[in-house]
Design a protein around this ligand. Sequence first.
Ligand code: MN3
Length: 244
Amino acid sequence: MNANRRNFIKTGGLVLSGMLAGANLASGFIPMEAHITDSEDIYTLPSLGYAYNALEPHIDAQTMEIHHTKHHQSYITKLNAAMSKEPSLKAKSLEQLLSSIQSLPESVRNDVRNHGGGHWNHSFFWTIIGPLKKKPSENLSAAIVNDFGSMEAFKEQFLKKSMGIFGSGWCWLIVDAKGKLSISTSPNQDNPIMDIAEINGKPILGIDVWEHAYYLNYQNRRADYLKAFWNIVNWQKVSEEYES
Ligand code: MN3
């Protein structure tokens, strides 16, 4: 996991306090401490990096704003609430928590799975979509052709898998342990970095197939949303994820 991703996933947490407060230099006693405050909310809403209307007409501004400020924020609020029950977990990165769901204390296990998953998935999603019109890198293009036959064949399989999700979930393009690309789906806010996932791998592309991601504009026409998705994929970012 690279540092950039960690930085936007986990903001804050370490709070320096008591810096030189009441220092008595004459006595040579300088109280200085760094500690993790238990009351601090460690997860905060990352900015999108583009305007809510930047993806129109493919995703409308109202959907983006509600999705970001209400849905995503709600996962963060509930994740912070869970963390306050188990302050010792605050020292771990979100990726560490998600990759060890099975061994988390029962008091927070479901909340970390659902709301920690929700926070990670949305933070990731905002970065791999955007108004930037770019193509996949040569390396990624070659891997897609190698593992799926062609870009068109990949998109067709991705559409088919996304359409097949019953209820709410996500569809992912992942790199598996052998470096091979594959498509997987996960229910609710699960994802392929979780130890409980059916298929593990490093996600490099993903689409939110919850109705809240598209219903205002597309209503029940999920396929139209899924096809429009290709117009807003930030292939530069996906390529960076593939190559990192
Ligand atoms: Mn969503």
